[in-house]
Design a protein around this ligand. Structure first.
Ligand code: FAD
Length: 313
């Protein structure tokens, strides 16, 4: 079996960028993706904040990055293969899993870059999936400008949700925050800010039931948990902030993960396990964006290259 210099797991922005840097460093590289390339970028319609690419469809942005990857003869990409297990033996990593058609696969490398990303937690509301990218969003920093002077609803009550509500209020005409308890969970200072912002309205003791609309979001049905009464709230967008889950289940027992299951690395993207690097949203980090994922992908590739040359593996 061929032993690659590097195997990269995940072809989102972090993994694709790591592949560009590995390929350009002439490292034989295999990029394994469980779905199609692009990662969470596939969940949004348009990207406006990636430097150098003015307002583009997410598909176009992914296509441009893929073109750069495919141009490198040292990089091989395999799609629709999900990694489920990693073993370390004789100074090599063996990456194993199943392809979409249920067949087992296995590949070996001297170093590994984990770029398996994360996913926003879904609520499982009726209409949520149908309207994702058509009014339903999981990222205010990314999508708030599309809701300038419009009415939006935000679901959540923790610090992140309230931070995002304050950000949304810079764009939207009105932000209605739906929270299931009678008080927000967010810290005091954030609560003060939200209460003093005239554009933000709290709908407490309430849960969302269904997102409604024709082609895009038009309203949301909400139930008061104390009275059980249901009402419809008009809105152009629904932002859901009930947490994120990293795609790291296959790494449990192999790598050090924090309490939320994010991978812990140093600034060089190195994990505590020699030869394994991690980058992007699967890593514990403060700001989850395409540009930061790409930057970390570049750093992880550089660190993997240094590891291979310094350790002569
Ligand atoms: C709705 C939405 C809109 C967004 N809009 C923007 C925006 O406009 N601008 C911006 O900068 N950021 C935006 N973001 C954030 C941005 O998309 C992420 O920060 C970025 O995609 C993270 O890149 P990543 O490569 O680390 O992870 P991901 O994009 O999550 O990619 C990880 C990849 O790894 C694959 N994978 C996972 N597990 C395995 C496995 N076991 N085997 C093989 N493959 C695996 C996944 O299928 C996925 O393709 C948005 C996020 C969301 C959810």
């Amino acid at each position: 079996m061929k032993i690659y210099d590097v195997i990269i797991i995940g072809a989102g922005p972090a993994g694709l960028t790591a592949a560009i840097y590995c390929g350009r460093a002439k490292l034989s590289t295999k990029l394994i993706e469980q779905s199609q390339p692009g990662g969470q970028v596939n969940l949004t319609e348009e990207v406006e904040n990636f430097p150098g690419v003015f307002k583009t469809s997410s598909k176009n942005l992914i296509d441009i990055i893929l073109k750069q990857v495919n141009d490198l003869d040292k990089v091989e990409m395999e799609e629709f293969k999900e990694v489920s297990d990693i073993k370390y033996d004789n100074n090599n990593f063996e990456v194993r899993g199943q392809s979409l058609d249920g067949k087992d696969f296995s590949s070996k490398s001297k170093a590994l870059i984990i770029a398996s990303g994360a996913q926003p937690k879904k609520l499982g509301l009726k209409g949520e999936e149908d309207f994702t990218g058509k009014g339903v969003s999981y990222c205010a920093v990314c999508d708030a400008p599309f809701f300038k002077d419009k009415d939006v609803v935000l679901i959540g009550g923790g610090d992140t949700a309230i931070d995002e509500a304050l950000y949304l209020a810079k764009f939207a005409r009105k932000v209605k925050v739906i929270h299931r308890r009678d008080a927000l969970r967010a810290s005091g200072i954030l609560q003060e800010r939200i209460k003093s912002n005239p554009q933000i309205e709290l709908i407490l003791d309430s849960v969302a039931v269904e997102i409604l609309g024709k082609k895009t979001v038009e309203k949301i049905r909400v139930r008061n948990v104390k009275t059980n009464k249901e009402t419809e709230v008009d809105c152009n967008g629904v932002f859901i902030f009930v947490g994120y889950s990293p795609n790291t289940k296959f790494l449990e027992g192999l790598l050090e993960l924090n309490e939320e299951k994010y991978i812990i690395t140093n600034e060089e993207m190195a994990t505590a396990k020699k030869g394994i690097f991690a980058c992007g949203d699967c890593r514990k980090r403060p700001f989850r964006q395409i540009v930061t994922a790409c930057a970390e992908g570049a750093i992880a590739a550089h660190s993997a290259e240094q590891y291979l040359s310094q350790n002569n593996v």
